[in-house]
Ligand binder design. Sequence first.
Ligand code: ZN
Length: 167
Amino acid sequence: MPNQVYVLDSSGIIGGFFSKKLPNFTTSQVIMEIKDLKSKIFLQSALEDGHITITEPTKEDLNHVEEVITGSGDILRLSDVDKQVIALALTLQKDDMSPTVVTDDYSIQNVLKIMKIPFKSVLTRGIEDVVGWIKFCKGCKKIYSPDYSLTECEICGSPISRKRKKK
Ligand SMILES: [Zn+2]
């Protein structure tokens, strides 16, 4: 049985999600997408505690993802960072790991489906053994950092709700 790991895209990190039981991986480009201070602080402590490891996909796996995306017609909706996240899952598989990608991005999920790579959504299903909690907009479903201080969504003005995850 291969080692279970998680691959986080930026929605996972902004949502404050990582597993304390299983290793979590992400790429340096995902890290660079994290702009807001609260998420950066969260990320920094997760990196220092060794819960999240930054690693990069191989060129070969990136090329493979390009081919699949081109074939699926999803090419326009995926950023370079998105492709890196998917390719990283392939790279980890070759290292005898069994990655589950944590993402709320439907285009990424569609490509993962095609490639038969497991994924979990931060908002709709969640991960059973993650720690922490998230805030999210009841209207537009935008994810906020757990430390977001306002009670209304900055995008649509709907109430912000909070969801604590089970251990
Ligand atoms: Zn909203």
